[in-house]
Design a protein around this ligand. Structure first.
Ligand SMILES: [Fe+2]
Ligand SMILES: [Fe+2]
Length: 194
């Protein structure tokens, strides 16, 4: 359903849970970035595709709520929120987007969809395998909306005038293969996409 071209193994959870506070800090920044991405897309397209404003605003609001929940979780664990250097995953993924016009917009929305899909997949692994039951429940709760965000972004790509459903399906498959390749080649680090 998430259209990913690779599966995260349980060993990823074993690796990142050895540095759980760093993973949670990275996840906090992911939620902040997800909110910012959605809001930036509203700014970029309010003249060209104004019908995207409402679904993007809904995503931005939910991501900001997730950001707040992660900030609370960090505070509860006594972990200070601080800046972290972004990993290469998102920039490399977007490097596979076509340039110019409608194709660029489609690919930007589908890359956002795949980031949501991968986040959801990894949260599912965390919900299954993290040692702390409280954190497993936390992730079980969060991943519901990330799965919905994947569908929302794909639907936004489909809604663009002149874009055929079949073309979106094919492009999701191509970008999913690219995403799996990007993820397989990022350095191992305690990150949601590391
Ligand atoms: Fe989120
Ligand atoms: Fe999301």
């Amino acid at each position: 359903m998430l259209h990913l071209a690779s599966t995260t193994p349980r060993s990823w959870v074993d690796r990142v849970s050895a540095d759980l506070d760093e993973l949670l800090l990275d996840h906090t920044h992911c939620e902040k970035k997800a909110a910012s991405t959605a809001l930036n897309l509203v700014f970029r397209h309010d003249a060209t595709f104004p019908h995207l404003a409402a679904p993007l605003a809904a995503v931005a609001r939910e991501e900001l709520e997730h950001f707040e929940r992660l900030l609370e979780l960090l505070a509860d664990r006594g972990v200070a929120f601080r800046a972290v250097t972004p990993g290469p995953y998102a920039a490399r993924l977007l490097g596979g987007a076509r340039s110019g016009g409608l194709a660029r917009t489609v690919d930007t929305l589908l890359c956002a969809a795949l980031i949501e899909a991968r986040s959801c997949e990894r949260m599912t692994r965390l919900a299954e395998y993290l040692p702390e039951v409280g954190l497993r429940n936390f992730y079980r709760d969060l991943l519901q909306s990330e799965a919905r965000h994947f569908s929302l972004y794909v639907d936004m790509a489909r809604s663009l005038p002149g874009v055929k459903d079949a073309a979106v399906e094919e492009r999701v498959r191509e970008l999913a293969a690219h995403e799996a390749d990007v993820l397989a080649n990022v350095p191992a680090a305690p990150r949601m996409h590391g």
